[in-house]
Design a binder for this molecule. Structure first.
Ligand code: OGA
Ligand code: MN
Length: 280
């Protein structure tokens, strides 16, 4: 007689307000049996780490598909290479320079991607190239009632061209216009999700808060970013080859920490299609 065995999710918290390690095997993860629980968990914890799970490219895609709709970034459906090395990824390397600063992926899309999954193929030397994550649900929750009331209805203009100035303070006009052509979008500073939970929408694409004096706008954007990226709400992942890290792009910010573009660091990314448009 066969006994049906139920696959149990096995996790441990990394920090009280952000991050869980998932300890299940590759086979358990690929079975899809844990998908619903993993989706709940990522929304609660912001970041899930699957230490040395060692997915092949096909397995990473298959795992991504168990969790929602795979949003391929390449026309052939393959995983995308994330590296600042121009020899490996000439078109993306320039744009990825902005990823060294706190950001949310796809702020110019009507429906931001739900989550990204990053596998480390080749880590950078220790002490460089960690990926930092900030839980922007938790950062909002811990604001005072006065702060929440002040921020709840504000809107911010987000634009990739705003992030250009972080890594190139004096761009030429052609480059500026090239980045401007990517688009811009007004987003709520506080995103009230369909679930009723609220998260902060910040990062290096934030240009200014609408209808507020410039100085005040800068105080809000940079003050809240400082708050949300303080020690309580952040986790910095030091990569080992084979690690997979997945983050809820709708309730976190992330950034690559500095690494030498020629050190060989190579990450492979898949994305899950967004399911909820930005709130008005
Ligand atoms: C990304 C990203 C950070 C990193 O893939 O969207 O920002 O550490 N990556 O490579
Ligand atoms: Mn990113």
């Amino acid at each position: 007689m066969s006994v049906a065995t139920e696959t149990k999710l096995r996790t441990e918290n990394i920090k009280p307000k952000i991050g869980s390690r998932v300890l299940n095997s590759k086979e358990e993860l690929l079975s899809g049996e844990l998908a619903a629980e993993l989706r709940d968990l990522i929304e609660q914890r912001g970041v899930l780490v699957f230490p040395k799970i060692d997915f092949t490219e096909d397995e990473q895609i298959a795992f991504t598909k168990t969790l929602g709709n795979y949003a391929p970034e390449n026309p052939d459906g393959s995983v995308s290479k994330i590296t600042l090395d121009v020899k490996e990824n000439p078109s993306a390397a320039e744009y990825l320079k902005g990823s060294l600063y706190w950001h949310i992926d796809g702020t110019r899309n009507d429906v931001p991607i739900l989550a990204s999954l990053l596998t480390c193929k080749v880590p950078s030397p220790k002490g460089t190239g960690n990926t930092g994550f900030s839980n922007t649900y938790a950062a909002y929750d811990d604001l005072s009632d006065e702060q929440k009331a002040e921020y709840d209805d504000l809107k911010v203009l987000h634009a990739p061209w705003a992030s250009l100035f972080y890594y190139e303070p004096e761009p030429g006009l052609a480059k500026l216009k090239g980045m401007q052509a990517i688009g811009e979008k007004v987003l709520p500073l506080v995103w009230e999700h369909k679930s009723g939970r609220k998260s902060l929408v910040l990062g290096c694409t934030s240009h200014h808060v609408l209808d507020v004096p410039y100085g005040k706008s800068a105080e809000i954007i940079h003050g809240l970013r400082e708050w949300a990226t303080g020690p309580d709400f952040t986790y910095s992942h030091e990569w080992e080859a084979g690690d997979l890290v997945m983050w809820d792009n709708t309730g976190t910010m992330h950034r690559a920490e500095w690494y030498d573009p020629e050190c060989g660091r190579m990450m492979l990314r898949t994305k899950l299609e967004g399911e909820e448009p930005w709130a008005e």
